[in-house]
Design a protein around this ligand. Structure first.
Ligand SMILES: C[S@@+](CC[C@H](N)C(=O)[O-])C[C@H]1O[C@@H](n2cnc3c(N)ncnc32)[C@H](O)[C@@H]1O
Length: 243
C-alpha cells in the first residue's frame, strides 16, 4: 500500500497539557488560543462539547485542509462549539455540520450564523450519507461526534473521502475510562481490524479518553464490519443490518 507522506500523523498519550505541549509550539499556541477564544465567544460552553485540549487537537488536524474547495463534514453539532473550532481552523473550506435534534439545531444556526462557510443541517448522518452518495463530491475530512449507538453506520463515510482525507472519531473511550463510550470504542477497533492497519491518529489522555482517525490511502475502501450485530450497509438507498 502507498503510504501518504504529507499528512499529520499523531500518536499521543499523556495528560491534556502534555498532549498539547507535544503537538503545538509556544508561538502556535498563542495563535490557536486566540482562534479558540473566537469560537468560544460564539458558542456557550455545554457539557456535551469536546474538551479544550481536544479542540486544540481538532484544530491542528483540521487546518491541514484550509484551502479553497476543501469540504469538511461534522457529524454531531450540538450547539456548535466544535463546528466553530473547525471554522476557525479552515476559513477557506466549506463546512457542513449535522444535528437531527431540532431544539439544538436552531440554537446552532443562531450561534454560527456569522460564519458564512458553515452550513448546519437538521438531518441524521445516516440519512445524509444516502443523499451524499448521489452528490458524488469527495470530502477532505469527516469528524464523527454524533449518535454513539449508530456509529457503525458512520464508518461508511470513509469511502466518501479523498485520498489523504481524514475520518476522525471523538469518544474513543473504553468502559473503564473517564468518559465511557464503549459503542464508539468497539466500532473503531473493528474498523481498524477490518482495514487491517493501525490508526493514523490516536490521541489518548491519562483518563483513557481518546480520539482516533484514519487517513484514506490511495484506492482504499471500507467494506464493512461484521459480528456482534453491528455490521451495516446501504442497499438500494436503505440501511440493512448485515450482522
Ligand atoms: C456530543 S454531541 C456533539 C458535540 C459537538 N461536536 C461539540 O463538541 O460541540 C452529539 C450530537 O450529535 C447529535 N446527533 C445525534 N444523532 C445524530 C445523528 N444520527 N446524526 C448526526 N448527529 C446526531 C446530537 O443531537 C448531539 O447534538
Amino acid at each position: 500500500m502507498t503510504i501518504l507522506s504529507d499528512v499529520l500523523r499523531l500518536n499521543l498519550t499523556g495528560t491534556p497539557d502534555e498532549i498539547v505541549k507535544s503537538m503545538i509550539d509556544d508561538e502556535e499556541a498563542v495563535h490557536i488560543d486566540c482562534d479558540l477564544t473566537s469560537a468560544r465567544l460564539l458558542v456557550e460552553q455545554t457539557k456535551r462539547e469536546i474538551a479544550l485540549y481536544q479542540a486544540k487537537v481538532l484544530y491542528a488536524l483540521t487546518r491541514q485542509f484550509d484551502y479553497k474547495g476543501a469540504r469538511i463534514l461534522e457529524i454531531g453539532t450540538a450547539t456548535g462549539y466544535s463546528a466553530a473550532v473547525i471554522a476557525q481552523a479552515v476559513p477557506s473550506a466549506y463546512i457542513v455540520t449535522l444535528n437531527p435534534k431540532r431544539s439544538e439545531f436552531v440554537v446552532a444556526v443562531d450561534n454560527l450564523h456569522s460564519l458564512s462557510n458553515v452550513h448546519v443541517k437538521c438531518i441524521k448522518s445516516e440519512d445524509y450519507l444516502v443523499q451524499w452518495q448521489h452528490i458524488g463530491h469527495q470530502l477532505d475530512m469527516v469528524f464523527v461526534d454524533g449518535n454513539h449507538d449508530t456509529v457503525a453506520r458512520d464508518l461508511w463515510w470513509f469511502n466518501q473521502l479523498k485520498q489523504g482525507g481524514l475520518l476522525l472519531f471523538h469518544d474513543y473511550s473504553p468502559a473503564d475510562s473517564g468518559r465511557p463510550t464503549p459503542p464508539v470504542y468497539n466500532v473503531c477497533n473493528e474498523m481498524r481490524d477490518s482495514l487491517g492497519r493501525e490508526f493514523d491518529v490516536s490521541v489518548i489522555d491519562n483518563r483513557r479518553v481518546g480520539m482516533v482517525g484514519f487517513y484514506r490511502q490511495p484506492d482504499e475502501m471500507f467494506t464493512g464490519i461484521h459480528g456482534r450485530g453491528e455490521g451495516y450497509t446501504i442497499v438500494g438507498g436503505e440501511w440493512q443490518n448485515v450482522g
